[in-house]
Design a protein around this ligand. Sequence first.
Ligand SMILES: NC(=O)c1ccc[n+]([C@@H]2O[C@H](COP(=O)([O-])OP(=O)(O)OC[C@H]3O[C@@H](n4cnc5c(N)ncnc54)[C@H](O)[C@@H]3O)[C@@H](O)[C@H]2O)c1
Length: 312
Amino acid sequence: MSRRVGIVGAGSIGVAWAVTFARAGWSVRVVDPDPVRVEAVEAEIQERLGRLDAHGLLGEPVDVVAERVEAGAEQAWAVGEAELVIECAPERLELKREVYRAVLESAPGDALLTSSTSALSPTSLFDGLAGAERCLVAHPTNPPYLLPVVELVPAGFTAETAVESAREMFAAVGMSPILVRSEAEGFVVNRLQGAILREAYCLLRDGVASVDEIDLAVRGGLGRRWALTGPFETADLNTRGGIASHAEKMGAAYERMGAERGQDDPWTPELVARAEAGRREILPLDEWGSRVLWRDEQLMKAEAARREVDHG
Ligand SMILES: NC(=O)c1ccc[n+]([C@@H]2O[C@H](COP(=O)([O-])OP(=O)(O)OC[C@H]3O[C@@H](n4cnc5c(N)ncnc54)[C@H](O)[C@@H]3O)[C@@H](O)[C@H]2O)c1
């Protein structure tokens, strides 16, 4: 028998999660109080699966995958047999808490409940609810069937076993979970995104470059590398000797840039040593040169694909 997920809220994220789980073979029930959204689900799922199939990203006929998704208006029907319930309702705390009260009553007693919230903390969402120990945030980026990162954010009262189940379930559908170890506002993804957006606004405000030029700095430079490597690996590969050498050469300049923005977060020797240890666990320095070649090779493949699209 296939595994079953109940998705509460059939908007952008609800439908995208439905595609993600159906593609991985799960039975999916989506519920929404708005009949227009319930009606729209089937066609939207077909359309997205069709596009994935056109790019060779489905692996099964569209209809076979689409048949795994059902949509309705009855919440108890959607979650009653689910091992996982994913809440994708509007970003309003009280509304979400109302949803959880009902879900925790009608879902199986051992079902896991995750919220897709972008910005609300798991403590504010679940505190005081009966069953709070099996609740946590699982924040996707949109759309999760193309962007595999999902941030798992437990509250202090979330059971360790719930976190492990969430890890297993999201990994089982092809996601790459990050465990967010504190309820930091914005979690990890939006803090990183916020850092660059804040600086983009400052550069614009100060007349350093135009909107499109600032975007070009990312789409024609930084972003292409970031598609392959994160900020730590990027720095690691940019300097012979790896990230410790990068920090030694560039640390003071980055500290001055931070100070201009009122920040005082120096890369202390202890912090750099942690970054270095993290990188060396993944990439010993004697493999540094081959990883740089790998990065360049990937950039070439991406460039070739881009040219094909541009000329196609
Ligand atoms: N859109 C994104 O890029 C994105 C990315 C990550 C996380 N999120 C989060 O996902 C959640 C949903 O966002 P969205 O963009 O899909 O919003 P959306 O407005 O597209 O969809 C929300 C859906 O919830 C339905 N709804 C309203 N009341 C409900 C209720 N009581 N029970 C169940 N469903 C109800 C609405 O009819 C609507 O279809 C939000 O918490 C948002 O912060 C969104």
